[in-house]
Design a protein around this ligand. Structure first.
Ligand code: ATP
Length: 303
């Protein structure tokens, strides 16, 4: 008998009630988070909310003082930290940057640079790269060793709007091609983050989570970031509800609940809460329900 594509074998990291304490203060606490193959999870939150700390806990750079963090055995992580201990004014070629973290065959190095569309920059000096090219070089370095999980701390820093859109598109393509899981960190929701499957809004603890569209409408998000955020646009499908591969339920407003009981979810609007397993579905589309699709902002790249 063919088994349903399992969800447990797709799990890369499970954080259960994880917390970390420094100098008598909890930097983050009560973090529940699951990272799976093929999924993009984005952590958002204001400065100091604990996004980098949570990412470091997830990959084992930091150890939890409370709760548990479990990683699948032999998990290979590609990590682009927020700050690099590299002096960008020192002479350093892209090729050497790629090898600073360990040996890498020429074939893999070239393939990774090709995947991020900068194969011509292999001999370029890092100090001469544009912001977007530098982020691509870091991304190439992180994907070169075939990671199961890619962790990208502020992957679009120093990149203009068009470059940002292209970079998020590229990150989505890397996920599609390699099937790796991706944990991203961003200060805020952004139009292209609609490519993200799940947004987790942090402020020392998990304030809310769900699709980008759902989180942007949630009270917690609005409280944290202010009521109106310009530039957020989502391409929404009208779902009644969708059963995610891991058994959770995504409601029409984009919220995700573990169970089908209305009281379990983050329901704010007082209607459309009667989604139960076994009741009538009204899916009228045939695409993969797991993804919220970004608007096509990248047409020029396909021209
Ligand atoms: N080793 C440490 N000792 C004490 N405090 C720390 C340590 N590391 C981080 N912090 C504090 O923990 C909090 C969370 O830091 P973190 O870098 O995770 O936040 P962040 O959400 O990634 O912020 P930003 O958006 O500014 O990058 C901050 O208040 C920071 O000052």
């Amino acid at each position: 008998m063919l088994a349903e594509p399992g969800t447990s074998d797709r799990i890369l990291v499970t954080m259960s009630n994880a917390g970390i304490r420094r100098q008598g203060r909890w930097l983050v606490r009560g973090i529940d988070l699951t990272l799976r193959k093929g999924e993009i999870v984005t952590l958002i939150g204001p400065n100091g909310a604990g996004k980098s700390t949570t990412a470091k806990l997830a990959i084992g750079v930091l150890k939890a003082d409370e709760g548990q963090v479990q990683r699948s055995s032999g998990l290979k992580v590609g990590y682009v930290p927020q700050k690099l201990a590299i002096d960008r004014t020192m002479p350093l070629t892209v090729e050497r940057l790629m090898r600073l973290t360990g040996p890498l065959s020429k074939d893999r190095l070239d393939a990774a640079l090709y995947a991020v569309s900068i194969p011509h920059l292999v001999k370029a000096e890092v100090q001469h790269l544009s912001g977007g090219e530098f982020q691509r070089a870091l991304l190439a370095r992180a994907i070169a060793r075939d990671p199961d999980l890619l962790v990208l701390d502020e992957p679009v820093q120093g990149v203009d709007f068009a470059g940002e859109t292209a970079l998020y598109q590229l990150i989505g393509e890397i996920r599609d091609k390699t099937g790796c899981g991706i944990l991203m960190i961003s200060h805020d929701l952004h139009v292209v983050m609609a490519a993200t499957d799940t947004v987790v809004c942090l402020n020392g603890h998990v304030c809310c989570r769900g699709t980008p569209a759902a989180v942007s409408q949630s009270e917690d998000y609005r409280r944290l970031f202010g009521a109106s955020r310009p530039g957020i646009a989502f391409y929404n499908h009208q779902h009644d509800h969708t059963h995610l591969p891991d058994g959770r339920v995504q409601h029409r407003d984009g919220t995700i609940t573990d169970h089908c009981h209305p009281e379990d979810g983050h329901h704010h609007d007082g209607h459309d809460h009667d989604h139960h397993h076994g009741h009538e579905h009204s899916h009228s589309h045939s695409h993969d329900h797991k993804h919220v699709h970004a608007p096509d902002l990248t047409g020029d790249r396909h021209a």
